[in-house]
Design a protein around this ligand. Sequence first.
Ligand code: THU
Length: 131
Amino acid sequence: MDAANLVAAAVEARERAYAPYSGFRVGAALLSKGGRVFTGCNVENASYGLTVCAERVALFRAVSEGVREFEAIAVACGDSPCSPCGACRQALYEFAPDLTVILADGEGRRWEVVSLSDLLPQGFGPADLER
Ligand code: THU
């Protein structure tokens, strides 16, 4: 799967965002090493703090299906590309410290490609607990 297809999946997932409080809709599409795509959207809550980001919805869907190895994630939001929040960077780092991260605008018109290691340098992960 190429970047354009993964971005298209994130854009489609964004349409299902539940964001009545912020109005800020986000979609994510996570590509596994086996070629499966897991999508997610942000899901907000009247208690605000229970909101879950699109990236973590996609990640937890994948892990709950027994998939733990990932190649790339595309994130689609807003008029211009945005970057995953700190909590999502940490959650993704657990499984894929070298993940490719594709940052796209909400319509998938343009995107940029970065690495999770750029977004979360010197992250804390499972290996750190073995020291
Ligand atoms: N949000 C995401 O889904 N992913 C991000 O990377 C940043 C923020 C959501 C959370 C909340 O529903 C809305 O965007 C505004 O913060």
